[in-house]
Design a protein around this ligand. Structure first.
Ligand code: ADP
Length: 274
């Protein structure tokens, strides 16, 4: 009868509670482990250049080594490079935490991606021309705007182009394109003709500090945070990241972004509702 069923439910309740508690706890553990790993990795990444700088300061302080102008110049150059590496790391760490803090606030401006690409293209063409890398653009002008955060989408574009520059073969072009994606999504892609990425690495590329080749990434000035930042920004935009790569041929990294609703103005004053 009724009472028995009720009793059974009550009897089961503590177990159910225990189960919920268990699930909660294990989710908490995973998150806690990630946080601990992240702090350990970040500290290690900062400590390496810091130790180098301290070592060179001590050597320069030594009369014999510090007296030689050529040696001093060489050491100062290394210290400068290491300090710049620390700066890049701190900048990326700050970007990451800012983006994470904004995770639940949907971006609220209609962004003209074609315009943003053209602007970025113009800046990079002047800056990087000497590296002999052509940036080619292929833009569908008829696409709607993207509901976004301009500074963050600009960072996505910069990080992806930066990677294409680092891992693309010298002398080969980089193609930035804007096309219709699946459904109503808009696809922003950056394609390089480079070394490519082996399939087993693909699922882990957006993890913080994950690199296919650590020493190579460091030598090229990488922090290991570029794609983690990209992933967080795309998630905040309710979009999707898609990486296609063929080892030895090249890589195409795409951000699939939802279009802005029509009522969204491009001055950022009106906000997305509903
Ligand atoms: P990094 O600062 O090391 O470049 P990212 O988070 O931007 O960090 O990328 C993580 C890793 O993914 C890189 O170290 C590199 O191994 C790989 N990677 C990223 N983009 C490309 C690309 N376009 N071609 C080949 N490998 C890439």
């Amino acid at each position: 009868g009724r009472d028995t069923r009720w009793e059974m439910q009550v009897a089961m309740l503590p177990d159910a509670r225990r189960l919920v508690h268990l699930v909660d706890r294990s989710a908490g553990h995973a998150a806690e482990k990630m946080r601990v790993d992240f702090v350990a990795n970040a500290s290690h990444e900062l400590r390496t250049p810091l130790s180098a700088i301290l070592g060179y300061v001590e050597t320069l302080d030594d009369e014999k080594a510090g007296g030689d102008v050529a040696v001093r110049k060489r050491f100062l150059k290394i210290m400068h490079d290491e300090a710049q590496r620390m700066q890049r790391l701190v900048d990326d760490l700050m970007s990451l935490s800012r983006i994470e803090a904004e995770k639940y606030r949907a971006p609220d401006t209609a962004i003209d991606m074609a315009g943003l690409i053209a602007e970025t293209h113009a800046v990079l063409r002047d800056q990087r021309g000497e590296r002999g890398r052509d940036i080619v653009t292929d833009i569908d002008e008829s696409l709607p705007f993207v509901a976004g955060d301009r500074a963050q989408l600009s960072q996505v574009l910069h990080n992806l182009i930066n990677n294409a520059m680092k891992y693309g073969r010298p002398g080969t072009p980089i193609t930035v394109s804007l096309a219709r994606g699946p459904g109503s999504m808009i696809r922003l892609s950056v394609e390089d003709e480079g070394e490519g990425i082996a399939p087993e690495h693909l699922p882990r590329l957006t993890e913080r500090f994950y690199r296919v080749d650590s020493s190579r990434s460091r030598a090229l000035g990488g922090t290991g945070l570029g794609l983690a930042i990209v992933k967080h920004i795309i998630e905040r935009h309710r979009g999707r990241l898609d990486i296609q790569s063929t080892l030895g041929r090249g890589t195409t990294v795409s951000a699939l972004l939802p279009p802005a609703p029509l009522r969204l103005s491009s001055n950022g004053n009106s906000t997305v509702t509903g």
